[in-house]
Design a protein around this ligand. Structure first.
Ligand SMILES: [Zn+2]
Length: 278
């Protein structure tokens, strides 16, 4: 038996009368009846306060009816608890069957954003997709390997170092293959922000750019961006996520253009011309 919270939807009727509608499902249910207990907390590890217990329904409306705060002169007080971008409410559901099977699931209310935030996020992502459609370019993201098989050609097990920065087996990473299979995305190159201009050692003579893309996949420092049409390659220096609540809307990346003779240009990344073999 596995319980799963599928919906946590805040519902606002009045500043002093709002709540969260919680709904759940049971996977691989037992043949006997199941009783549920619902608790809430401000953190995923608790401590937990009881909401309801011993119920058989697969949903519950957790109504919070609090006395309205004393209004100031001409003041319209709006409770922003569930609208807060920083405050999260967690629910913990426990299901126990008559034959003794039990399971627990935890979900935050942010998991299902309030309606207007969902619309805002959808709009921002739609705007971004439209922007890329007209101004975007095809880019391959090469995620650098940080684990796996060491390079058999150039990795020195004694010094734990790559002995050949031009190695075409690991491309200087020390791991066989060097990078995971390329992920093709759309994005947009921009001039770098002056405030985020970075000059890493040894790269001061290279061009730094800013790159905007969607939230998938997450791009990390030392990953490689390949601008496919011209095969210009950049190493990621920094990444910022623009977030709405904890949902990433888009990523802003600072990257440094790689020298044309660098080994990263040997990584197969354009599958229009090369079969990708890893
Ligand atoms: Zn190597």
């Amino acid at each position: 038996m596995q319980v799963e919270i599928t919906q946590t939807t805040p519902i606002y009727r009045h500043p002093a009368d709002h709540g969260v509608f919680v709904q759940w499902v049971v996977h691989d249910p037992p043949l006997t009846e199941i009783k549920f207990k619902l608790e809430r907390s401000g953190a995923p590890e608790g401590p937990w306060e009881p909401v309801v217990s011993n119920i058989e329904a697969y949903h519950f409306f957790d109504v919070s009816r609090r006395p309205p705060p004393p209004p100031g002169p001409g003041e319209d007080v709006v409770d922003l608890n569930y609208l807060s971008l920083t405050r999260t409410v967690y629910y913990r559901l426990t299901g126990v069957s008559k034959d003794g099977a039990a399971d627990t699931d935890v979900s935050d209310v942010g998991g299902t954003l309030p309606r207007f935030q969902v619309l805002m996020k959808q709009k921002m992502q739609r705007d971004l997709a439209i922007t890329f459609k007209f101004n975007g370019v095809d880019v391959a993201v090469l995620k650098r390997r940080h684990w796996g098989q060491r390079c058999s050609v150039c990795f020195d097990r004694l010094t734990r170092k790559v002995t050949n920065s031009k190695c075409t087996v690991c491309f200087g990473t020390g791991f066989h293959g060097g990078y995971f299979a390329p992920v093709r995305i759309m994005g947009r190159f921009l001039a770098p922000n002056s405030e985020t201009q970075l000059v890493p050692q040894g790269k001061s003579d290279t061009t730094q750019i800013r790159f905007i893309c969607g939230q998938q996949p997450t791009v990390d420092p030392d990953d490689i961006l390949v601008e496919i049409a011209q095969n210009r390659r950049f190493i990621v220096v920094a990444q910022n996520e623009t977030q709405l609540r904890r949902e990433t809307v888009h990523q802003s990346i600072i990257a440094s253009e790689l020298a044309r003779d660098s080994v990263e240009y040997r990584i197969p990344a354009n599958w229009d011309h090369h079969p990708v073999m890893y």
